[in-house]
Design a protein around this ligand. Structure first.
Ligand SMILES: Cc1cc2nc3c(=O)[nH]c(=O)nc-3n(C[C@H](O)[C@H](O)[C@H](O)COP(=O)(O)OP(=O)(O)OC[C@H]3O[C@@H](n4cnc5c(N)ncnc54)[C@H](O)[C@@H]3O)c2cc1C
Length: 194
């Protein structure tokens, strides 16, 4: 079911009922992976580790003068990614703020100020596609992967800066745990009820 907002999950004892904006779903188990919005759905199942929004920003600029290959400006913590259409995406920043808050222009200016000394001939005023998105960050820096107080409700989230790289791996480990009933040892430190 796509484009459906989940309002809540109920443990029925034999399965789960998932309330959504497109009606109820029934299933054997539920895996909650709602990113920075994780806490609301899993708090009723005993998950207390806060997941906070660590927001990153990006925008695109015409490419003349910018790197032709993906480039990490390590000292500035800014990434330049060629988009293939003559523009380069410039990304960076870790802002602790609510996920719904709009783009803060001061953060864009901070990225420009950091990158400007290293990049020649970039028309910073011709930037487009200003964007902000949330990294789901846990209080202790480790993801939340595994069961909750309900044996039918699981969590996979809180990967912070590493969800693209680690999500497929923790997804596979969690699928193994659910289907075999035995949690792989790698998941011990990531238990959602820690
Ligand atoms: C600028 C930036 C650069 C990054 N670079 C990297 C990188 O180089 N490598 C890397 O590994 N990671 C990187 N990350 C981190 C990575 O993007 C995240 O860790 C990852 O996206 C988290 O995945 P997720 O599925 O847990 O959460 P999300 O991607 O946030 O997905 C959660 C989804 O749940 C949906 N949702 C929320 N609530 C509900 C609800 N009630 N009902 C239905 N749907 C709901 C949301 O709409 C969203 O689609 C970067 C992040 C940023 C912002």
């Amino acid at each position: 079911m796509e484009q459906a907002e989940v309002s809540g999950i109920r443990d029925l004892g034999t399965g789960v009922a998932v309330g959504t904006s497109q009606g109820d779903l029934r299933a054997d188990v539920a895996v909650v992976s709602t990113g920075t919005w994780l806490n609301r759905l899993v708090r009723p199942f005993g998950v207390r580790v806060p997941v906070q929004s660590g927001r990153g920003y990006s925008f695109s600029v015409p490419a003349a003068g910018a790197p032709a290959r993906p480039t990490y400006l390590a000292g500035q913590k800014v990434v330049c990614t060629p988009l293939g259409d003559g523009r380069v995406r410039v990304a960076g920043m870790m802002e602790l703020a609510p996920p719904e808050r709009p783009v803060d222009p001061r953060r864009i200016q901070a990225i420009i100020a950091a990158a400007r000394p290293l990049l020649r001939d970039v028309d910073w005023d011709a930037r487009r596609d200003e964007w902000v998105g949330s990294r789901p960050c846990t209080a202790d820096g480790l993801p939340l992967v595994g069961p909750t107080a309900s044996p039918r409700v699981y969590v996979n989230g809180g990967h912070g800066m590493w969800g693209v790289a680690l999500g497929p791996l923790t997804g596979r480990l969690l699928a193994d745990a659910i289907t075999t009933g035995t949690a792989p040892a790698e998941l011990a430190a990531l238990h959602p009820l820690r």
